[in-house]
Write a protein that binds this ligand. Structure first.
Ligand code: DC
Length: 212
């Protein structure tokens, strides 16, 4: 089974690319951000403090693939809450087997798995066949994210999006446990000046060359 690890910053395009990789190669796709988002959503629903690692981890242990179908998970506030629950060691430990299980045993009918997140190449799948780290300039990521949030009818300015993105980058990159960083043997891709199609072509050539 082939495993592809995609990591990168918020709104770098990694999710779109990972999904397209899955469809192209018939690999099962797991957006691991969603499991942190679903944990945060459960915590909010149950009035659990996002700072309480133990209580959030308890909720994380109850997650199933069905919990990831909720479209509300994509919202800005849930993303920010996800970044907060993701700092807890207990939460990360609780979600570890969910992710490694998916990578090792993808759902039936697929020829491999592609996971995207922050620590896939470094912690979750250190032996992945191909690791790609995706990034883009903060101003460009904020512009993309702003457009996306407007399409969900969220009332937010570009400057607010940029400020939130900077805060999120800082938290994701500086936490003690599994901080966001490229794995040593990751291929780096900057999508600042690339269309989705051009970025997809670039990842396909990286993967094809690596699997050859
Ligand atoms: O990719 P995303 O925006 O949906 O992720 C939401 C948050 O979840 C992100 O800010 C940090 C956390 N996360 C993580 O810590 N590790 C992952 N593998 C994926 C997401």
């Amino acid at each position: 089974m082939v495993v592809i690890a995609i990591d990168g910053t918020f709104s770098s395009g990694k999710g779109t690319l990972a999904k397209k990789i899955g469809a192209h190669y018939n690999y099962a796709y797991l957006d691991t951000g969603k499991i942190y988002r679903a944990t945060a959503a459960k915590a909010i629903e149950n009035n659990v403090d996002l700072e309480d690692g133990k209580a959030c981890a308890k909720l994380a242990k109850t997650l199933t693939l069905n919990d990831l179908d909720n479209p509300e998970l994509k919202s800005g506030p849930i993303g920010a809450a996800a970044s907060k629950v993701a700092v807890h060691t207990q939460v990360r430990a609780a979600l570890f087997t969910f992710q490694t299980g998916f990578a090792q045993n993808p759902p039936k009918g697929f020829d491999g798995a592609v996971l995207d997140g922050r620590d896939i190449g470094t912690v979750i799948c250190p032996n992945a066949d191909v690791k790609i780290y995706i990034d883009a300039k903060p101003s460009i990521r904020a512009k993309r994210r702003h457009k996306e949030l407007i399409s969900y009818n969220e009332d937010i300015s570009y400057d607010e999006v940029l400020a939130q993105l900077t805060e999120r980058d800082h938290r994701d990159m500086n936490r003690a446990e599994a901080p966001l960083k490229p794995a040593e043997n990751a291929h780096l891709l900057d999508t600042s000046n690339l269309s989705i199609d051009a970025a997809f072509e670039a990842v396909i050539s990286i993967i094809d060359a690596a699997l050859r």
